[in-house]
Design a protein around this ligand. Structure first.
Ligand SMILES: *[C@@H]1O[C@H](CO)[C@@H](O)[C@H](O)[C@H]1NC(C)=O
Ligand SMILES: *[C@@H]1O[C@H](CO)[C@@H](O)[C@H](O)[C@H]1NC(C)=O
Ligand SMILES: *[C@@H]1O[C@H](CO)[C@@H](O)[C@H](O)[C@H]1NC(C)=O
Ligand SMILES: *[C@@H]1O[C@H](CO)[C@@H](O)[C@H](O)[C@H]1NC(C)=O
Ligand SMILES: *[C@@H]1O[C@H](CO)[C@@H](O)[C@H](O)[C@H]1NC(C)=O
Ligand SMILES: *[C@@H]1O[C@H](CO)[C@@H](O)[C@H](O)[C@H]1NC(C)=O
Length: 311
């Protein structure tokens, strides 16, 4: 860059809110294209994009890129199939605060073997994005889907093919109402975080069928009325604060690995008071009067079964 353009750059900018890296084309109301940034380009940060569409192969040629971040872009409406395709070094994709982004095509994320972190938050999408063609081979893949108020359902097999190692699902603050049968089929879950899905009322009894894990399950601030009775064997930590609709827990025999539970009602606690084995270490702490009530419950004859529906 010559001196004059440099000076112009320094002096000129009435800093417009629209930004487009110089190797990209960002035609207003058109499609983004970032064909080649040259070698060694590792982080693409796109904010205040004027484009409407991220088309197929938008980032083709960015073979070294590690992180692609798209945020604060109200113009963006669509992300087509194969938008992120075969970016073999790509490790993180962040799509945030794009409230008019209503459509992410099936297969938008395809063949991203090194992907470790995919975050899609505060968008207008109405369906859970298709992550089934990512085929990441990274250990502890993290998928974060948050604050997407128009997604109402987690359908069956939603995360199949996402990665072949363990994963953490941070699915909070969305519009979910329902989690369908086999939703987590084919995953190995370290942690499943469903907190603050304030409309989430129903989790199918077979929602966890076909999944390994989760070790940590957080259903705080949901409207869940019941937990599935199948698939709780691996849960070591259960968090259910402000789960006022959850009147009843599955029998505690289902929680064979439980080490710690944080619950909403004393009645929840009672389900765990008389644990079958002594080596389990339950810390129950929440409401003001909670521990008091639990203690008085615990002092009752210990052959009293308080497993389920005590209210
Ligand atoms: C990925 O990164 C490695 C170095 O980390 C580099 O050698 C390679 O060319 C990059 N691109 C692809 C497509 O693997
Ligand atoms: C996941 O896939 C990678 C690459 O194909 C392979 O090396 C790895 O062993 C697989 N891991 C599991 C748990 O199958
Ligand atoms: C669960 O996933 C397996 C593959 O991992 C598949 O064969 C099976 O059909 C799936 N089950 C349902 C009910 O979708
Ligand atoms: C229970 O866990 C606490 C800390 O998490 C620890 O200090 C305590 O010793 C544990 N008790 C047992 C019986 O393992
Ligand atoms: C806790 O117990 C005290 C006295 O037993 C009672 O006055 C108070 O309202 C209780 N608090 C809650 C939140 O239930
Ligand atoms: C259990 O409770 C019954 C009464 O419901 C009582 O007869 C019995 O002795 C109790 N057993 C133990 C081990 O406390």
């Amino acid at each position: 860059m010559g001196l004059l353009p440099m000076l112009l750059l320094l002096l000129w900018p009435p800093p417009t809110r629209t930004r487009c890296p110089d190797f990209c084309s960002c035609k207003p109301d058109g499609a983004l294209s970032c064909p080649d940034a040259g070698p060694g380009f590792t982080r693409l940060s796109l904010t205040y994009l004027p484009v409407k569409v991220i088309p197929s192969q938008a980032f083709r040629g960015l073979s070294d890129v590690l992180i692609i971040e798209i945020s604060q872009s109200d113009s963006l409406e669509r992300m087509e199939a194969n938008a992120f395709d075969s970016l073999l070094n790509l490790s993180e994709i962040l799509i945030q605060n794009t409230k008019n982004l209503v459509y992410i095509g099936p297969g938008a994320f395809t063949n991203l073997p090194r992907l470790k972190y995919l975050s899609i938050c505060n968008t207008g999408i109405q369906k859970l994005p298709d992550v089934t063609k990512i085929f990441s081979a990274e250990f502890n893949f993290i998928l974060e889907i948050c604050d997407n108020l128009h997604i109402t359902t987690i359908p069956g097999n939603a995360f199949q093919g996402m990665n072949n190692e363990s994963a953490t699902l941070k699915l909070y603050g969305n519009g979910f109402e329902e989690i369908q049968s086999h939703a987590f089929n084919g995953t190995t879950l370290i942690s499943l975080d469903l907190k603050e899905n304030k409309n989430l009322r129903k989790m199918h009894n077979d929602a966890l069928r076909g999944a390994t894990g989760p070790n940590v399950l957080d259903i705080s601030s949901t409207k869940l009325e019941a937990l599935p009775s199948y698939g709780l064997e691996s849960v070591q930590v259960l968090i259910a604060t402000s789960s006022y609709s959850l009147k009843k827990l599955p029998p505690r025999e289902k929680f064979v690995s439980l080490l710690e539970a944080t619950l909403t009602y004393p009645s929840h606690c009672c389900a765990f008071i008389n644990l079958p084995t002594k080596d389990q270490n339950i810390s129950l702490s929440i409401f003001e009067n909670f521990s008091k009530q639990c203690e008085s419950t615990a002092r009752k004859p210990n052959n009293e079964t308080l497993s389920e529906s005590e209210t």
